[in-house]
Design a protein around this ligand. Structure first.
Ligand code: IPM
Ligand code: MG
Length: 359
């Protein structure tokens, strides 16, 4: 019997709705497998700014550090997107959380459920069997370097910085994962232009010496973006820097049919954080139509990685699979041409998963 303290951090927009479903799934797993999960909640993002003036209050950070895992929703608010001069922003909470918890590895599995072959805009023959595991570095790069303005504000700069140590530790994690899979690793960089990428390639080449069983390719990030759509099946594990990983994984989400299907794990030195890769989606907030499956699949990653409860994790994934097989869809993954799908809202989709979990 596992005894775990889980912090629910819904954040902004649809984060609230989808983490609510994720928590119900955790409860169902606890009941089914006789575990004890206890919960607390914390603020981050725009809701935290509204309540406390800061996007990641110290109290939230302390609770995160004291938890066994964090189930995270999303941060963001349109008011800030349209105000480039805002000094305090919801996203700062997310970046601070990643840095403070030492979450240097962002793991994003891109796996297409067979039933969703038609939901993607890519041809089924190209997609069938695609299964990619991204390792996005998460605490370095242009996200965290010095940034500012000069020339009376008319020139802006963001410094991209990577140390050998930072590259080495994410590369090792990616190589280790490749060992448990198809033993192929692609490192995406821009070593033809960018100095941090040249160090990246140098370090990945060195780390590769310790993994002679893994076949390694180095691709430029622009070519990687093209190949992901042209032939997604050629990829197994992909390791890349923070900014490139942010962009490539949004692109790769289309291989899985919808952003609403993609979960991620952020791990490193301390508490792991589990979250959908999608954002706060204010355009559909409060309508009850958001796809909760990315949050449900984030729960599966939490069970697998932070709690080492592999059977429980597989049970959650099997329930999602069963729900999709039964034809249940949220709008984002519905098939517009056949119209055979049973379209459900966020809560109903959650209830459908729970039904398969409890039977
Ligand atoms: C993500 C998001 C974040 C990022 C934003 C919200 C700061 O796009 O987690 O992919 O850029 O890392
Ligand atoms: Mg992103």
């Amino acid at each position: 019997m596992a005894n775990k303290k889980i912090l629910i951090v819904p954040g902004d927009g649809i984060g609230q709705e989808v983490t609510g479903v994720g928590k119900k799934v955790l409860d169902a797993i606890a009941a089914k497998f006789n575990h004890q999960f206890t919960y607390d909640t914390a603020l981050i993002g725009h809701v935290a700014i509204e309540a406390t003036g800061t996007p990641l209050p110290d109290e939230s950070l302390a609770k995160m550090k004291a938890s066994d895992a964090v189930l995270f929703g999303a941060v963001g608010h349109p008011a800030y997107d349209n105000d480039p001069t805002a000094k305090v922003r919801p996203e700062q909470g997310l970046l601070k959380m990643r840095k403070e918890l030492g979450l240097y590895a962002n793991i994003r599995p891109i796996k297409l459920f067979d039933e969703l072959l038609d939901a993607s805009s890519i041809k089924p023959d190209i997609l069938r069997g695609a299964d990619i595991l991204f390792f996005r570095e998460l605490t370095g790069d242009i996200y965290f370097g010095e940034k500012g303005r000069k020339n009376n504000g008319d020139t802006a700069y963001d410094v991209a910085e990577y140390s050998r140590y930072e590259i080495e530790r994410i590369a090792r994690k990616a190589f280790e994962a490749a060992r448990t899979r198809r033993k192929k690793l692609c490192s995406a960089d821009k070593a033809n232009v960018i100095e941090t990428s040249r160090l990246w390639r140098e370090v990945v080449q060195q780390v590769a010496l310790a993994y002679p069983d893994i076949s390694v390719e180095h691709q430029f990030v622009d070519a990687t973006a093209m190949l992901l759509i042209k032939d997604p099946k050629r990829f197994d594990v992909v390791v890349t820097a923070n900014l490139f990983g942010d962009i490539l994984t949004d692109e790769a989400s289309q291989i899985a049919g919808s952003m609403g299907m993609l979960a991620s794990a952020s791990v490193g030195d301390g508490t792991g954080v589990y979250e959908p890769i999608h954002g706060s989606a204010h355009d559909i907030t409060g309508k009850g139509i958001a796809n909760p499956l990315a949050s449900v699949l984030s729960v599966a990653l939490m069970l697998d990685i932070s709690f080492e409860l592999q059977i429980e994790a597989k049970t959650v994934i099997a329930a999602v699979d069963a729900v999709l097989k039964a034809g249940y869809r949220t709008r984002d993954i519905a098939n517009a041409t056949t119209q055979n799908d049973k379209i459900l809202g966020t809560q109903q989709m959650g209830d459908a998963v729970l039904q398969y979990l409890t039977t």
